[in-house]
Design a protein around this ligand. Structure first.
Ligand SMILES: C[S@@+](CC[C@H](N)C(=O)[O-])C[C@H]1O[C@@H](n2cnc3c(N)ncnc32)[C@H](O)[C@@H]1O
Length: 332
């Protein structure tokens, strides 16, 4: 972000954008009034969303997964952060289609993508439903702005994609919306992440109503030391140390070969209690509250304390007690 400090008018513009994101009055994308708003968003809220994409893409890289589609559609592109992160993540994409209800947003995203990736064919399209066929569909922080009709149109278009990477905020409401999408699409797609299974989402069990499927991305260390980010957090009341997100990665049924059977995923941030961690764990068996005693699994406890434990693990258990943990990336 650099060390130049935001001016008062810039902070006011960011605060106004944020208020519209939070109060749900932003349907229709009419809030993108100017290129300046988009540039400010791109360097602040957008960049924070970029860190969530980095976490998702990092996990996919660690899994050795890559999309087969050569054409990308970024649906509800805003300033275009998702498309740019994904084009930069793998070689070989041929085109990027940007779509949004806001023409200002599409224009901004198109110019940035062209500047960054001159070899990729970049275009904007107000109606991109046809372009989704056979593509890698990206959706980022859009669902809470959509009414039911718009969400159903998006889900109908998504059914024609080859692969889908969908990232939303890590709130209870946004995670629950994404679970709705998962349930709609899981008949036609294999789930790459976050789930280790294709069964009905365990969060939908009545006893799990208070939980939600969310994860935490890392804030880059340069940003933690940057005066402008500190000002951004302070003035807008944003906790710069925590970056929750929810996500879903799908590929057309039958194309994924990775076997996640027997693995579980840690949900949210395990709670550090005296002598143990409370771990919310999701697997084919459902969502369960488990306990990792530090003396039983010292290495896991150390990783949990540092916030660095692998999210996907194979547990050995005695009832609710975790007695052994093998991270997915070292399980072969
Ligand atoms: C919070 S912004 C997120 C932008 C971008 N995807 C990101 O992650 O930074 C939501 C975007 O969705 C767009 N949007 C809202 N409703 C939409 C709809 N029905 N169809 C397409 N885009 C929509 C808005 O114009 C806005 O650009």
């Amino acid at each position: 972000m650099g060390n130049a400090i935001f001016t008062k008018p810039e902070l006011a513009a960011l605060a106004a954008l944020r208020a519209r994101f939070l109060d749900g009055s932003c349907a229709g994308g009419g809030y993108w009034k100017s290129e300046n708003d988009l540039a400010l968003y791109d360097a602040s809220f957008g960049e924070r969303i970029g860190w969530k994409w980095d976490a998702v893409l990092g996990e996919l890289h660690a899994r050795g997964w890559r999309p087969a589609a050569k054409n990308i559609v970024d649906w509800g592109c805003g300033s275009g952060i998702a498309g740019r992160r994904v084009v930069g993540a793998w070689e070989g994409f041929e085109s990027l289609t940007l779509t949004d209800v806001s023409a200002n947003a599409m224009r901004f995203a198109e110019a940035r993508a062209r500047e960054n990736f001159p070899k990729v064919r970049v275009r904007m399209k107000a109606d991109a439903a046809d372009a989704v066929a056979g593509s890698l569909l990206l959706v980022s922080h859009v669902l809470n702005e959509m009414d039911d009709d718009a969400a159903h149109r998006l889900i109908a278009a998504a059914r024609r994609a080859e692969e889908i990477i969908w990232v939303e905020a890590g709130t209870h409401a946004d995670s629950r919306r994404l679970i709705f999408v998962r349930e709609k699409l899981r008949g036609e797609f294999d789930i790459i992440a976050p789930c280790t299974h294709a069964a009905r989402c365990g969060m939908l069990a009545p006893e799990n109503a208070a939980h939600w499927c969310h994860h935490f991305a890392r804030v880059p260390s340069e940003a933690s030391r940057d005066a402008r980010w500190a000002q951004f957090g302070r003035e807008l009341g944003i906790d710069m140390g925590t970056l929750p997100y929810s996500f879903l990665v799908l590929t057309r049924r039958g194309t994924d070969t990775a076997d996640m059977r027997g693995f579980s995923r840690i949900i949210g941030r395990p709670r550090d209690e005296k002598g143990h961690f409370d771990v919310l764990s999701c697997s084919e068996a459902g969502v369960e509250e488990l306990m990792a005693q530090k003396r039983d699994v010292p290495e896991l406890a150390k990783q949990l304390r540092k916030g660095r434990a692998a999210a996907v693990q194979r547990w050995t258990r005695e009832g609710r007690r975790i007695t052994g943990a093998t991270p997915h990336d070292s399980a072969d």
